[in-house]
Every structure is written in C-alpha cells, then in structure tokens.
Design a protein around this ligand. Structure first.
Ligand SMILES: [Zn+2]
Length: 308
C-alpha cells in the first residue's frame, strides 16, 4: 500500500477552467481528526471500520483536506473559505503544523492575497474562517469583502455567546469568529438564501452544520459547480451513508436533511462539486448508488511543461 511520507506529496495547488472562469484550488493542508468513531457518532463502529478498510483508509486516523477554491470571473477574484490561518495560538495549535498553508500555496500559484476581491465563507467555523487575519489581527486579504450568511454572522459575532459557551472549543469558535470578522467589520456582505455575490455566483442556505451554513452555486457557460463547504465531510462515509451524523454538526437532523437535498440536486442536475474536505483537489461528481452516493473525481489533464 502506498503511504504518504514527510517528504512525499505534490504541489499544493492546481488550475482548471470552469466555463469562462479561471480557477485554482489551493490546499490549506490536512486536518488531523483522530479516530473515525469520534467523528461520526451513532454510526456502527464495525460498519465504519469495514467501509474505511475497503477504501484503504485507517479507522484510527481520519485526515481531512482543506480545498480552497479561487475563481477569476473576469470581473472579480473570489476565494471560497480561508483555511485555519497561521496564528500559532489559534488554528495551528489545534489542527497541527501541517495546516495554515493557504497563503503560501496561493503565492506559489501566482496569486497575491491583495488580488482577492471577495472571500466567500460557507460557515464561520475555525477551518473555514480563521485564515482571514494574521497573528497581528490585521487583514490577510486587504482589499477583500467577506461574504457569509446573516444567520452565521449573527450567531458567531454575538459577543454575549462567549460567556454562555458549553466548552472551551465552543468558546474559541465564538472568540475566533469575532476576531476574524472584526477586522472586516466595514466590508461584510451578509447573505440571505439565494443572494448573488457576483454574476453567476450565488448562495444556497443549508443550515444544520452551522446555523447559517451556505453552499455556493457557481455557473459559467451553462456549467455549474456547487462549492459545498461542510455539507459532507467524507468522500466515503458520508456519501455512502449520508444519513450518518458528523460530530460537529450543530443540528444533526437538519444537517442530514440538507445533505440529502443538495446531493439529490447535484446528482439530478449533473453539477460538479468542489468538496472542501475531500481528497485534494476535491473536484468531482457524485453518483447515486443504492441508498447513498459514490465519488467520481474529475480528471484534470496534465499541463504541458512549457505552458507557462
Ligand atoms: Zn470544515
């Protein structure tokens, strides 16, 4: 079995074309999530182990990628989610030193953080939001507006929730969200269901994982990608068993309902998917199989070495 090593791996970015949009996926690195049973509560541990083993994945060490999509529509450059950030006391302390790579990978792909016009956030959790500011609490993306749902903003930016947090993890979620969103207080786009943030780019409200989780619909020349954030965390477990729960879903039943709704939509409408936590670069299609779905990665053709 081929395994990764400290020296192995590939470049942390890849380009592709979507309709008339130039796109890049950059990786923010791998999240170490620990044993599978801790992440998918209520599921039969033997069924989890069987499914993972069949797909050459270890049950004692779930790792989730962070695929950050950046599109250039011709009018604006839009980035979807921002990774865990580089602050030593925040994201990287919790998620490990193999994370916080998004800016380095953007630069390697030829994109400067100052080029970003909009950071479109799927939801205000650490691995999606905390890359907005650096150690100095200043904006990493100096020219960007930040789009997120009004529901997530009102929930996570409410300072009174800090005192009522049920544990340290939840308290940090509120504090980290307030720290990151605070730096963009005069540049926020607060979204309702269906809001268009640019021509061809709109938000679909999918509450469950967070109060105002959204997926983004990105359409150009009749082709659509659904950029789905944390609608579905795992390319095997939550596609083949979409009714299972993920530990960090705030409202587990609503998260299942929204997952099923969007899965049915992308399957029926033959949309491509950009899945934040799937194997890099997280671009593919879902295919209905029995009671669930399978994952078909989209092939990205090799570039000519002399293509510049
Ligand atoms: Zn996530």
């Amino acid at each position: 079995m081929v395994t990764d090593t400290a020296r192995g791996g590939r470049e942390g970015w890849v380009r592709f074309q979507h309709g008339s949009f130039d796109c890049v996926v950059v990786s923010d690195g791998m999240l170490e999530m620990g044993p599978a049973y801790d992440n998918f509560p209520g599921a039969d541990p033997e069924a989890i182990a069987r499914l993972l083993d069949r797909h050459y994945l270890p049950a004692d060490r779930v790792r989730l990628n962070q695929n950050v999509l950046i599109i250039d529509t011709g009018n604006e450059v839009i980035m979807f989610d921002s990774g865990v950030g580089t602050a030593a006391d925040w994201g990287r302390r919790r998620f490990g030193s193999g994370t916080g790579l998004v800016v380095a990978n953007m630069r390697a792909a030829g994109i400067d953080p100052a080029d970003i016009d909009i950071v479109a956030i799927t939801h205000a959790h650490p691995d999606h939001l905390w890359g907005l500011v650096g150690d100095d609490d200043k904006r990493v993306f100096p020219n960007a507006r930040v789009a997120l749902s009004r529901a997530d903003h009102d929930y996570f930016a409410d300072a009174s929730r800090v005192a009522g947090a049920t544990d340290a993890r939840q308290r940090d979620q509120f504090l980290g969200a307030q720290r990151n969103l605070g730096a963009y207080a005069d540049s926020l786009l607060l979204l309702e269901d269906g809001a268009e943030i640019a021509v061809g780019v709109s938000a679909i409200l999918t509450p469950g994982h967070s109060p105002g989780h959204v997926v983004y619909k990105i359409t150009s020349l009749d082709e659509t990608i659904i950029c789905w954030g944390d609608l579905c965390h795992h390319e095997v477990l939550l596609l083949q068993q979409p009714r299972w729960n993920f530990a960090l879903d705030l409202d587990r039943q609503a998260a299942v309902d929204e997952r099923l709704r969007i899965l049915e939509m992308v399957d029926k409408e033959r949309c491509a998917v950009l899945a934040y936590h799937f194997p890099f670069p997280g671009l593919g299609h879902v295919i209905s199989q029995g009671d669930g779905y399978g994952w078909l990665p989209l092939e990205l053709p090799p570039r000519r070495p002399d293509a510049g």
